[in-house]
Design a protein around this ligand. Sequence first.
Ligand SMILES: [Zn+2]
Length: 335
Amino acid sequence: MHKLTDYLLAIRTPNSPSAPAGVKTVELVPADGDDVISSTIGGLRAGGLTAADFRSRAIFLVPDGPGGLVTYAALCGFSGRRVDAYADGAVLEFSRLDRDGAACPDAGRPSEFLMWAQVGGPVAEGIPTVHLGSGGQELVSPQAATVIRYAARLRMVPPESVRDALAMFVLVAALRRRADDRFPFLSTGTEPVPLTKNALDQGIDLEKLRQEAARHRQELRIASRGAEVVARVPVSPHNRRIAEANGVDIRTVLRRLGSTTDEEGMWHCPRPRSHSNGDERPSMKVYGDNRTRCQRCDAEKIGPVRLAVDVLRVTPDEAASFILDSDRVVDLRAA
Ligand SMILES: [Zn+2]
């Protein structure tokens, strides 16, 4: 068990508890602006943290309130690991936990593509809502594990205690992790009920924050390399998944998106709302290179992943999951 004084670097935000004397401290002051993600990333940039800072023992001193969890998620994204935290007077050694929750059993892949779910909080209207027991992975029911693992987007309603909220976040992130992390949305308690179509106002998108923090680290790395020749990196499992999804027959994907074809081989656009006549006369053509194009909606020919991204308003990752992971489709656009 570590004490706060065992750490060599303490990371603070404006309302964090104070660091012990003699420990190097970095202050992250969120940048001005209403957008939580860009102001958090702005603070990360201005604070001057580097990846090397996390090679020594580093700890985040967590302030009270939901903002602490947002900064914590950014630090995990930036460092590419789970960072230890100090909250409610206790050192939480998250860096020692297994980041990969694959060992936690679930009840199997859901039979339908699950776009949204919620973990914690009161039951959310219209979407599956699950809860975690307290005390780690062994208290996650297989049903809850299925929902947390397979929901394309998961809204997390944190408990009031910062310490419990961090533990919940780390557990949820472990359950959702595949080749890469997939952080949840953090509820701000103001989300619309019921869930609206393609709503992107479902709390703070911690996954977007994670990706932007990781990109910042990447930029620093490139800058520090200067003119050094960058070694070719092997294709990541993530990119392989996107490539695999792009290999699925575009006509299968069109059908799954609710599109049908006429005798002449033209397809009705799965974005009928973008057409004044609901695309009554089909305007999508399928090309031999497994790509398609709607005369009205697409500036160029697009493949399976970009099509799903555009129609479902999801990320490329989520689109790949939609294409590869489900046999049946819930028509969210009708909701
Ligand atoms: Zn169209």
